[in-house]
Ligand binder design. Structure first.
Ligand code: ASP
Length: 350
């Protein structure tokens, strides 16, 4: 008989485990025991489950780099003991956490599956049960040679498995709350779980590397027609912001605003890093396709290609926390570290 797989569930909070405060009617985080009581089915899975909980389960709006470090450290410390990991997390910032962990834990050969729900587990129409049960099954799944099928950080929600650093929350009220518009789904759960084998990530590294240093000196600027660059002057201060993610129009375009361009030029000259991403939910940046984006290439703005905002921000937090040299950071930004971008021909050689 096949050995019973071991899965570690890390409970951080989120709607899945929340209960309604009888006085205010608001949803509040609650402990894992409550959640477990509502899903007795998980005891029938052929999986040995262990759980660890955040001391204070949180709404994921309160998630922070410290929370990411806590999750990544827990996986790292328990990596040899378990076949897979499930992280129960609020859906609001799940894509950020999944992206962050993909950079902080490189060289994975086991699955880390994030899941949560739109309705609390104690409600009749909850989506939490199916999400939790299937996430555990995926975390425990191995191929015939005994290797884990999924060997990366992924998000499981409403019958779909997405690469973590390609995913975004796309709906505040549909059960289908996530999508990964620039990357195919890793699996579809129907009667059986159908894996999209060619799309699964495989690391080139020989061992798991944990990086627990993250910088929060990263800014985000979403442009809009008529925006005043002056309002954002303090963002371009290299003393407080080491890197800026720009969310630009279409394939990476921005107005030829003189002041905006001057801010960017001066900021890069002082050693700042600017990464150009698109506001569109799918497609990629193509600097130089239009006159309105060629300025970016001229002054050294890096094309974010088809990266999500969540992955762009967390990749920069990780790179600024681990690298000191701006040129290496720029080079690594253009490289596909763990499946976060479709690597095109790059200006910088590997
Ligand atoms: N506010 C909740 C959270 O992110 C929403 C959810 O879990 O779906 O923690």
């Amino acid at each position: 008989m096949k050995r019973k797989p071991n899965v570690l569930i890390i409970y951080t909070g989120g709607t899945i485990g929340m209960i309604k405060d009888p006085k205010s009617g608001q949803l509040k985080s609650f402990d894992f025991k409550h959640l477990y009581k509502h899903v007795p089915e998980i005891n029938r899975l052929y999986v040995a489950i262990t759980t660890i909980s955040f001391e204070e389960p949180i709404d994921s709006s309160d998630m922070s780099p410290n929370g990411w470090i806590q999750m990544a450290q827990t996986v790292f410390d328990n990596y040899e003991k378990y076949d897979g990991f499930v992280i129960l997390h609020g859906s609001d910032t799940m894509a950020f956490s999944a992206s962050a962990l993909s950079f902080m834990l490189q060289g994975l050969r086991k699955p880390i599956i994030f899941t949560g729900s739109q309705l609390p587990i104690g409600t009749i129409r909850t989506d939490g049960k199916e999400n939790l049960i299937t996430a555990i099954e995926i975390a425990a799944d191995t191929s015939e040679d005994g290797q884990a099928i999924v060997q990366e950080v992924a998000v499981y929600f409403e019958y779909s498995l997405y690469r973590g650093n390609r995913s975004s929350k796309i709906s505040a009220n549909q059960f289908e709350a996530f999508a990964s518009p620039n990357y195919a789904e890793l699996a579809k759960a129907g009667v059986t779980i159908e894996y999209n084998y060619p799309k699964l990530f495989r690391t080139q590294l020989t061992e798991l590397k944990f990086s627990g240093t993250l910088s929060n000196q990263v800014g985000l600027l979403k442009i809009f027609p008529g925006f005043s660059a002056q309002i954002y002057a303090s963002l371009f201060d290299i003393k407080s912001t080491k890197a800026i993610v720009l969310e630009t129009f279409g394939s990476g375009n921005a107005p030829g605003n003189f002041e905006f361009r001057n801010f960017i030029r001066a900021y890069i000259k002082e050693g700042g890093i600017v990464l150009n991403t698109t506001q569109c939910s799918s497609g990629s940046v193509n600097q130089g396709k239009y006159e309105t984006s060629s300025f970016f290439s001229e002054v050294g703005v890096i094309s974010g290609n088809d990266i999500t905002t969540e992955a762009a921000i967390t990749k920069l937090m990780y790179l600024l926390g681990t690298e000191t040299n701006t040129d290496s950071i720029s080079e690594l930004l253009q490289m596909n570290l763990c499946g976060e971008i479709t690597e095109l021909e790059r200006s910088v050689k590997k």
